[in-house]
Design a protein around this ligand. Structure first.
Ligand code: AMP
Length: 187
């Protein structure tokens, strides 16, 4: 299984990616987590990425694409990519990576959560996790960047017949079951 999980910041992508990947026995790969780990470790990648993360902006495509290619090249079977691709250029880069391996994507999961709930969850997370990009103006910017740069990707994958839309409202476990059921139903 080669899957993507998409949705706006606060939709629960990270949490669901881990649970769904466990359920399917594939690794979940979060570009956000890789960037944050590099920032913490003070690597060169982390030093480059930090200012973008802190501003709620996307890290430039060349940096992100190179990092994802290196990670996917290490894998032999499937994966669940969380938070990538986020731009049209990243869609093209991923197509190329997969084509070089002679594979394609199986499905693109999209978590849908109401706008009010998104803001509530992101503000709550700011208090509990202390993420540096969860300040209110950064949250607003991240939602804007998502709708400008990433939402249009849903059309691309819809045209390819890959989208699986899942209601992301409610309890974490219920959403995970919905995702797994939706994957089984779509064959
Ligand atoms: P996330 O944890 O997925 O919400 O990502 C946190 C931050 O990491 C984003 O706001 C971006 O600054 C950066 N990031 C994660 N994934 C990507 C990506 N595919 N392209 C560019 N920047 C990314």
């Amino acid at each position: 299984m080669r899957l993507l999980i998409m949705g706006p910041p606060g939709a629960g992508k990270g949490t669901q990616a881990k649970a769904v990947a466990d359920g399917l026995s594939v690794p979940s790969i979060s570009t956000g987590d890789i960037f944050r780990k590099n920032v913490e470790a003070g690597t060169m990648l982390g030093r480059e990425a930090k200012r973008y993360l802190d501003a709620g902006e996307y890290v430039p495509d060349e940096i992100t694409n190179g990092m994802v290619r290196a990670r996917l090249d290490e894998l032999t079977e499937g994966f669940l990519l969380d938070g990538y691709p986020r731009t049209v250029a990243q869609v093209e880069a991923l197509d190329k990576i997969l084509a070089d391996e002679g594979t394609t994507l199986d499905r693109v999961l999209v978590l849908h959560v109401d706008q009010d709930e998104l803001v509530k969850r992101l503000t709550g997370r700011a208090e509990s996790d202390g993420r540096s990009d969860d300040a209110e103006h950064v949250i607003r910017r991240r939602l804007e960047v998502y709708s400008e740069q990433t939402e249009p990707l849903l059309d691309i994958y819809a045209q390819r017949g890959l989208l699986v839309l899942v209601n992301g409202m409610g309890e974490v476990e219920d959403v995970t079951q919905r995702v797994l059921a939706a994957l089984h139903q779509t064959g």
